[in-house]
Design a binder for this molecule. Sequence first.
Ligand SMILES: [Zn+2]
Length: 191
Amino acid sequence: MSAFTSLKHFPDEWGKRARCPVCQHASMQIMRFDSAPDQMRCQYCGVSFEIEENGQHLFFVDTPLNLENELRRRWVTRNQLSSVIENKKIETASQNSALEAKPAPSRANPLRADAVKKARTLVELGNSAEVIRQSLTDTMNLTDFAIEEIISDAIGVHKMKMKKRFQKITVISAVALTLVITLLFFLTRLF
Ligand SMILES: [Zn+2]
């Protein structure tokens, strides 16, 4: 048995008034259960906890993943909770600064961007996929998979351009044809 007894039923106004003891957001919701004590749930960070009858201790049912070891399914006072959170912040901050010390891997791959550009130009100039594949293999240090991807991207872009061009031509022809027909119509009425 636990050393503390959970409050069975929270007054409704607690949901509106309370702030989350973990993330400090005022987004608390009371969760009511038929056969278990009520729980407060933070809709922002997702913690949920029971409250001891005298309000001194909280019993965490759900915690953020990084506080699971320290908090989950145990009674803590609000002071203990604050110091757990404070320690975690310091720990995370020092981890972050350790991470920052290393050069962050760049997300964009300039090599790949060049290959994409090159492939698109080659397609535009009417080269076959085989020629482009050979050219990329010879000049770029890319995996076969990446090369295939880049080629199909280039072909896709080219097809899209051709389609747009074709649509433009179709529209222009349609307009021209309409003008000619209208002109012919008037000419036939004049003579
Ligand atoms: Zn919260």
